[in-house]
Design a protein around this ligand. Sequence first.
Ligand SMILES: O=C(O)CCC(=O)C(=O)O
Length: 283
Amino acid sequence: MLYHADISDQELHRKIKSSELTLGGNSHLRIFGALDCWSGKRMKRENRVFFMSREEALEAGYRPCGHCMKIDYDQWKPNSDQDLFPREIDPTANLLSGDSIVNDYGQVISFDSAVEYFSRLCEEIQWRHDEAVMFGKKIVTKRKVAWYGSRRFEYAYSNTTKVALPWVDVLVELKQLVEQRTGEQYNSCLLNLYHNGSEGMAWHSDDERDLKPQGAIASLSFGAERKFSFKHKKTKKVVSMILRSGNLIVMKGQTQDYWMHRLPPTKVVHEPRINLTFRTIVE
Ligand SMILES: O=C(O)CCC(=O)C(=O)O
């Protein structure tokens, strides 16, 4: 496997011409495909890799592209649980209780579109490592974050303040989709990028003073499947679910008052995941 960043364009063209390199890939997504696949066109140079063969790409843990390597992709796809065990989804069912409401809308984006959105989010979002101040010390997380909104909203959490960036096309599209599905409006979005299962988020509630009290928070996931848990602040009851690529859930009512949530770290996930939480900042 060869990283584009490690080779000159001249050398690259020579290797492609002599068929030393026959396939391309995205190291962020761990997907490989044809050198002329359109879904690879928008990729940043630092994410682009090249392979001699399909076998080399598979051995490196990359999976075939669903657009340009349809046959390989179809052979690979049925291995995911989601196709073997489709879930019955009732978006009106409350996964918590009483006025603490969590609704699961299931897979609102098809597998192929979710792959494409993941790629666009990697490229179009201004990702930065998150910062927190704990016991007077600045901590920089491995996880990356971004904060976007309809205005330059300030969002203060973990003793740091972020100023919202203006919406970009991919977020406008996803905001519309989420608003249609959930019947709620949102004016901002916090994004988290977890490079693999070693990165997660500790127990917390989204109850910062900048957020609309009891406002709906819609969570949309892309990439690796991860477990997501809620814990009741008093009874300590835990409710867990698996969030898959394209999965939408909404937390509303008194969820943030009575429950905490977290994304536990895990040793078994090696793929990246992106989560978007659409929120409402008090104006
Ligand atoms: O990545 C996730 O699903 C969790 C994100 C989260 O807890 C948050 O943004 O408050």
